[in-house]
Design a protein around this ligand. Structure first.
Ligand SMILES: Nc1ncnc2c1ncn2[C@@H]1O[C@H](COP(=O)(O)OP(=O)(O)OP(=O)(O)O)[C@@H](O)[C@H]1O
Ligand SMILES: O=P(O)(O)OC[C@H]1O[C@H](OP(=O)(O)OP(=O)(O)O)[C@H](O)[C@@H]1O
Ligand SMILES: O=C(O)c1cccnc1
Length: 496
């Protein structure tokens, strides 16, 4: 470790954010109000929905946000910022307003997950950490939900990934995200302590290797563990592991609960079926079978198709590293900024790709729930001053292919963003991980099954209100006009 050590996360940002803050500060723009939104553009894993996670850590980060003495010393001595700018940074804390989805909310591409209103300099400096948090946790919660969907409600999903995770934070917060996504437990004990995620675990091959034989290992293990799960594949699953587990369980009788055996290699379908027969024949019909070994939603579907007799699933690497899609790709875009007159004005980012053009202005986001069947008709992004609940017949249309449209009547417009910070003050009571998991489950019930299947799900509508769409078009036209004027070669003069 170098000489500037403390546990501050103040500098957990990209250098360019501080450079921009310096430019704004030099130009006296740093205190202008700016509004940014976090959103992602493409559904991860080709899934029909994503599960929002990361808010609790965002809150922790923003509550603590400041530059410590060692942060400032480093910026001054090693990066070379001037004393006057360092002086300004030394007073910085988060003074803004945040509206966000709740953790466990089902979220979709191109809708704002979080809205940040803060001074331009603050909003810029916190961007990197907020994206870092939301990108990872939402990705893992979504992957977990996807895996849990194929496992089903009657069976148990356990998160086993810590050893393969991208370092410590990813393991601990990933375990929490997996729980939010629907996993029943984690092997990570710290996640149990910090967040109340239920912990569970079996034993490793090393226990058997240490005692050389399974018989001794299982007996010794059982001395301190009334609820026993024996790992049966260290030498030979069917010839040695399962018979030995049965023998030990019979010898110990009701001194233990022979809860399960665990299979961790070989043909899991075949071995589980054979092991099931052996357990049943020995009278252990309640003893479950746990499987692990590089599992994900695809192998699980396949194992189920083969009639595997597996009751609980331990999933590590492919979940915690989001193996098949390691990034969510959420972005942070400026949608409005205060002008010279103190008015908030819209900003837009244009792209040749219509899907990448941002939606300007202050907006609210609603889930339109059909009152008759309690299912969602889609999400609806409206301007701040609109309330879709006032409409008798709500027109919902695709924001790019506008001819795709429908009218919805008899609906409830549920607002999805909640106040988290107001002018720097935390106003949100953070739910427990257990409450969040329950909230995810309730949300899943609102979604038609067509959005929940793991392969080629239907595309969930995320629509703009007419006013929001018109406003976007006006902003596009305005930018086009400005670009054309500049193209005519009018002299640009720098305003001092
Ligand atoms: N019946 C099955 N159908 C489909 N996939 C399976 C089946 N049984 C196991 N698998 C999966 O196949 C892969 C097997 O990997 P691998 O060959 O490395 O494991 P192994 O044979 O158990 O050997 P090791 O002892 O090195 O773990 C794992 O991802 C496992 O989950
Ligand atoms: O396969 P994953 O989905 O990543 O799940 C976690 C894996 O971690 C353990 O193996 P490891 O070889 O690390 O240790 P072991 O000696 O206990 O088998 C466990 O037995 C699983 O196979
Ligand atoms: O408890 C287990 O069986 C376990 C925990 C972590 C990784 N693999 C297995």
């Amino acid at each position: 470790m170098g000489k500037y050590t403390d546990d501050s996360l103040g500098l957990h940002t990209d250098l360019y954010q501080i450079n921009m803050a310096e430019t704004y500060w030099e130009d006296d723009l740093h205190n202008r109000k700016a509004v940014f939104e976090i959103f992602f553009r493409k559904m991860p894993f080709g899934n029909g929905y994503a599960v929002f996670a990361g808010l609790e850590r965002m809150i922790e980060y923003l509550n603590e946000f400041k530059f410590t003495k060692s942060d400032l010393d480093y910026l001054k001595e090693e990066v070379g910022y001037g004393d006057d700018f360092i002086e300004y940074l030394s007073t910085m804390k988060f003074t803004g307003t945040i509206r966000s989805m709740r953790e466990g909310e089902l979220v979709f591409a191109n809708e704002p997950l979080v809205r940040i209103e803060a001074t331009l300099a603050e909003a810029q400096i916190i961007e990197t950490a907020l994206l870092n948090i939301v990108n990872f946790q939402t990705l893992i919660a979504t992957k977990a939900s996807r895996i849990k969907q194929v496992i089903g409600d009657g069976q148990v999903a356990m998160e086993f990934g810590t050893r393969r995770a991208q370092e410590i934070d990813a393991a601990v917060w990933g375990a929490r995200a997996a729980y939010i996504g629907g996993f029943e437990a984690t092997s990570n004990v710290l996640a149990g302590k910090l967040f109340g995620v239920p912990v569970s675990g079996t034993h490793a091959h090393s226990l058997v290797q240490a005692y050389k034989d399974e018989y001794t290992a299982f007996h010794k293990y059982a001395r301190r563990h009334k609820d026993c799960v024996f790992l049966v594949d260290t030498y030979d699953t069917l010839k040695s592991g399962v018979p030995t587990a049965i023998k030990v369980a019979k010898e110990l009788g009701d001194k233990i609960n022979f809860v399960a055996i665990r299979l961790d290699s070989g043909d899991l379908a075949y071995l589980s079926k054979e092991a099931r027969k052996m357990l049943d024949e020995a009278g252990f019909t309640d003893t479950k079978i746990v499987a692990s070994n590089d599992l994900d939603e695809y192998t699980i579907i396949n194992l189920k198709q083969q009639g595997a007799k597996i009751d609980s699933w331990g999933i590590g690497t492919k979940l915690i590293t989001a193996y098949d899609q390691p990034a969510l790709g959420a972005v942070y875009k400026l949608v409005a900024i205060e002008d010279d007159n103190g008015e908030l004005v819209d900003t837009i980012k244009i792209s040749g790709n219509p899907e990448k053009v941002t939606t300007p202005g202050l907006k609210k986001i609603y889930r339109i729930i059909n009152v008759r069947n309690k299912k969602s008709e889609g999400d609806y992004i409206a301007m701040e001053d609109e309330n879709p609940q006032d409409e008798k017949r709500l027109k919902m249309f695709h924001p790019i292919h506008t001819f795709i449209s429908k009218y919805v009547t008899n609906f409830e417009a549920k607002e999805l963003h909640h106040d988290i910070f107001v002018n720097g003050k935390l106003v949100y009571e953070v739910p427990t991980a257990k409450e969040i998991q329950q909230y995810t489950k309730e949300n899943m019930a609102v979604l038609w099954d067509e959005y929940k299947r793991s392969l080629n799900p239907a595309e969930y509508p995320v629509d703009l209100s007419q006013k929001c769409w018109d406003n976007k078009m006006e902003n596009i036209e305005e930018v086009k006009r400005r670009v054309e004027e500049m193209g005519k070669g009018e002299d640009q003069t720098l305003q001092q």
